[in-house]
Design a protein around this ligand. Structure first.
Ligand code: ADP
Length: 337
């Protein structure tokens, strides 16, 4: 689901080929202002500061080139590097800005894919499509079931006024966060290769058990997590449609436990936040979100339990948490001034 946190881009077209971009986010690397010129073929290479690479990538992959010169300012309420997709939100906000000064065909799926390509080629992060998809297609009062292969997105109602989703930032980020994602991808690709499948999407637990002795323990556990997580996601969407929040919450916790034990991308702080949350009455489920090794947890609970859980986490969590009380919100949109 899209969160009610936002990245806003304000700007206007200028004459010529010059581009000036300022970010008001103090956590980005210096300088917070960049000036550059567009080359005649519209291509742009990554460089320094690193935050500007997300924007350069979006310009590079923009689907209606050439982009004219412009000046723009970025402001964001999304915490940077906290697993809440500040990078996707920056890419999608910037793409939306470019659509205002040089319209493309408006296709939303292609927009999300272009933003993902920007992150691959210019930020050097081989990310999946989920973050950009949700930033583009997120719908108020709905969760989004995403098929990452067919690129289909199905909105699933999550609009019960008695519920909230609490995001808790652990405010820790372990150094493994940036390197382990590509290690996990490699391990999954290896498992799929040994299974003789194009993707783990095509494998069942039965297939996996049949080749267990050909896989080392770590590769087996990575594939185990992915195959079960795909099934859990489908079950979770079904549960949500029926309003079966207890069942949905149980799947959230199973997902967390598998991310912790089988995929090994959790950490002590995230585990602590999940287990404290699960002790509070009115909580249905809780799990880590994002790339892991720090960042945030997401917890589904009854709205009237929110003060209680925040109090309990503040009291018991060994770090300093930050909270966002949210409901599913709309994805990127144009704001008129
Ligand atoms: P996440 O996307 O989970 O927040 P990432 O590490 O993938 O974490 O992306 C964070 C990076 O995205 C930041 O370090 C910064 O380079 C860039 N970024 C995100 N939002 C902004 C912003 N508002 N201004 C400048 N850079 C930003």
């Amino acid at each position: 689901m899209a969160l009610p946190l936002v990245t806003v881009v304000v700007g206007s077209e200028t004459s010529g080929q010059n581009i000036t971009i300022v970010t008001t986010t103090q956590d980005a690397d210096e300088p917070l202002r960049v000036d550059f010129s567009l080359s005649s073929d519209g291509s742009l290479s990554p460089g320094s500061p690193s935050w500007a690479n997300y924007v350069k990538g979006v310009i590079h992959h923009y689907r209606a080139p050439p982009v004219p010169g412009f000046r723009a300012v970025i402001a964001s309420s999304v915490p940077l590097g906290g697993g809440l997709s500040s990078s996707a939100s920056l890419e999608v906000a910037f793409y939306t800005f470019l659509q205002q000064i040089k319209p493309d065909d408006g296709d939303k799926v292609s927009k999300a894919v272009a933003c993902q390509q920007a992150e691959h080629s210019h930020a050097g992060v081989p990310c999946g499509i989920m973050d950009q998809f949700v930033s583009v297609l997120g719908r108020e009062r709905h969760a989004l079931l995403i098929d990452c292969r067919s690129l289909e997105a199905t909105p699933v109602p999550l609009a019960d006024s008695g519920l909230v989703i609490l995001i808790t930032n652990s405010n820790v980020k372990h150094s493994l966060a940036s390197s382990e994602y590509s290690v996990r991808r490699r391990q999954c690709e290896e498992a799929a290769y040994i299974l003789g499948k194009a993707s783990l999407r095509d494998a069942t637990m039965k297939d996996l058990e049949a080749v267990k002795d050909k896989l080392d323990d770590v590769t087996y556990r990575r594939a185990h997590h992915v195959i079960e997580e795909i099934n859990r996601t489908v079950q979770a969407a079904e549960a949500l449609k029926r309003g079966a929040y207890k069942e949905f919450g149980k799947l959230m916790v199973e997902s967390h436990n598998s991310l912790r034990d089988m995929y090994e991308v959790s950490c002590r702080e995230l585990d602590e936040l999940v287990s404290i949350a699960m002790e509070v009455e009115g909580v249905f489920g809780s799990r880590m979100t994002g790339g892991g090794f720090g960042g945030c947890t997401v917890t589904l609970l009854l709205a009237h339990a929110v003060d209680r859980i925040i109090f309990r986490i503040k009291e018991r969590y060994s770090g300093t948490p930050t909270f966002y009380v949210t409901t599913p919100s709309q994805g990127a949109r144009v704001l008129s001034l």
